[in-house]
Design a protein around this ligand. Structure first.
Ligand code: AMP
Ligand code: ZN
Length: 469
């Protein structure tokens, strides 16, 4: 299995630190609002990486944090007149609902920064002791960037270029830095902000120290994979490396994986630019599996442009898989419950090759776009051979193969039965009765109820017809 490592700028063979085990940390969202589909991209991509690793037999310890102390959370808390934990807890719950809808497995641990302050104070103290950090007069603690000789190794930036670029970034209050390149580990509280006591001042942690500390606590000093969106390469991940490696005196992570952006009209989807759709917006219109399919239809290191045309294409692609699976189930009901025929054995061997090719695509730096193409080849193969199949055993084998490949992608192939056909028929009958009684308000209400469940009614001369949208 090869992984593109941002650190070496090349695809490298994956060799775990400990045989059979993978320790993986994925930077999670800052929780001050509903997540947007840009945030969902790393969630879906790295959940798929995890699922594939599990399929290969690895035991994956997957840690993904929630950043629950941050300027934006505090601002929102002040606006609503509540404690900032009310805001973060609310959006952690909402985020978990979105993750469940997108079939993203819960992490082994979902740490929250505010529960890990002790570890942060320890690491900052350790860095000060070693001369890698210093408190300024107002109690702000800075990391002494130039002292970490390998600074820039992840983002492939040169310290002197950074210095030139950063000098102009010195803002008031930061002029106590020894060097413009130094970054904050701990900062003093301002009025109305949450704070913790520390040897340097009452205050709160900087963002970067959170991840170094949570990764160390839940996975140890050295991990296999550290991941996130490509905007995190610099400065967030560069700073994490500096902190962790200076404190632990070990290589922090072996493989650094970064997903490209989800764009809209060619620019990065982001809260601050206002050009975003929340996951909630999208799953009100599409099955969350369609969103998942859409995300996996591009390689994770390629930018992906969001458009309703691409979502509609994803919808029909996903629908083709579900229809093939449904057809297999339907045929299984009447097929002979006997061993496969000789011809079916041969067909099964051909189908097995799709599984091998799927693995080949995923082994090549998780090429989900190619992996989905292989699933389509399998679907085509199923559609060509299922109707003439003789045995349930063969049909079942095809179903299992399709299901296994889709499961690695996190795609559920059973259609969501949130409304059964019988219930639809009953509601249509009720609507007809309401119309007959001239209770049009009730008739419309029933139509809208069905529409909300994705059922579209069509009044025709032959009567009412319905279809799933
Ligand atoms: P944030 O809440 O901004 O810290 O982002 C959480 C995660 O989402 C990080 O890994 C970001 O890199 C990622 N992310 C944010 N916006 C996008 C986007 N438009 N496309 C892809 N990833 C994104
Ligand atoms: Zn992080």
């Amino acid at each position: 299995m090869k992984i593109y490592n941002t650190l070496s700028k090349s695809k490298q063979e994956f060799v775990p630190l400990e045989p059979g085990k993978v320790k993986m940390y994925v930077c999670g969202p800052t929780v001050y609002n509903l997540i947007h589909i840009g945030n969902a991209r790393p969630m879906i991509v790295f959940d798929t990486v995890r699922r594939y690793m599990e399929h290969k037999g690895y035991e994956v310890n997957y840690v993904s944090n929630f950043t629950d102390v941050d300027d934006k959370i505090i601002k929102k808390a002040i606006e609503e007149g509540v404690d900032s934990s009310v805001i973060s807890e609310r959006y952690i719950e909402e985020c978990k609902k979105d993750m469940a809808a997108m079939n993203i497995k819960p992490a082994t641990t979902h740490p929250q920064a505010t529960n890990e302050i002790c570890g942060m104070l320890d690491m900052i103290g350790n860095l000060i002791e070693k001369g890698f950090a210093y408190p300024a007069a107002d109690g702000t603690v800075y990391f002494r960037t130039r002292k970490f000789k390998e600074y820039g190794k992840l983002s492939h930036k040169n310290l002197d270029d950074l210095q030139g670029g950063n000098r102009s970034l010195l803002v008031s209050g930061e002029d106590q830095k020894e060097d413009p390149l130094d970054f904050v580990l701990w900062k003093p509280k301002k009025d109305g902000e949450p704070y913790w006591e520390s040897p340097w001042c009452n205050g709160r942690p900087g963002w970067h120290i959170e991840c170094s500390v949570m990764s160390k606590k839940y996975l140890g000093d050295e991990i296999d994979i550290h991941a996130g969106g490509e905007d995190l390469i610099f400065p967030h991940h560069e700073n994490e490396i500096a902190q962790s490696e200076a404190a632990n005196e070990r290589e922090f992570a072996k493989y650094w994986m970064h997903n490209a952006f989800l764009n809209i009209d060619g620019s990065k989807m982001s809260k601050s630019a206002g050009n975003f759709f929340t996951v909630r917006d999208i799953i009100a219109k599409y099955d969350p599996m369609v969103l998942r399919f859409f995300m996996l239809s591009a390689h994770y290191r390629s930018p992906l442009n969001f458009s309703s045309e691409l979502m509609d294409a994803a919808k029909s692609g996903y629908e083709r898989i579900v229809t093939a699976a449904e057809n297999l189930k339907f045929l299984m009901e009447t097929a002979a419950d006997t061993a496969m025929t000789g011809a079916e054995e041969e067909l099964k061997k051909t189908a097995d090759q799709f599984v091998a090719r799927f693995d080949e695509a995923m082994d090549d730096d998780f090429n989900s776009a190619d992996a989905l193409s292989v699933i389509f080849e399998l679907v085509k193969f199923i559609n060509t051979n299922a109707d003439s199949a003789k045995t349930k055993t063969f049909l079942h084998a095809m179903y299992t193969e399709l299901q296994e490949l889709c499961d690695i992608c996190g795609l559920i192939i059973e259609r969501k039965a949130d409304i059964l056909d019988d219930e639809i028929e009953q509601l249509i009958a009720d609507r007809q009765a309401a119309r007959k009684a001239k209770d049009f308000a009730k008739a419309d209400e029933i139509r809208d109820t069905l529409l909300a469940k994705g059922i579209v009614l069509e009044d025709t001369r032959e009567g009412v017809k319905w279809k799933r949208a």
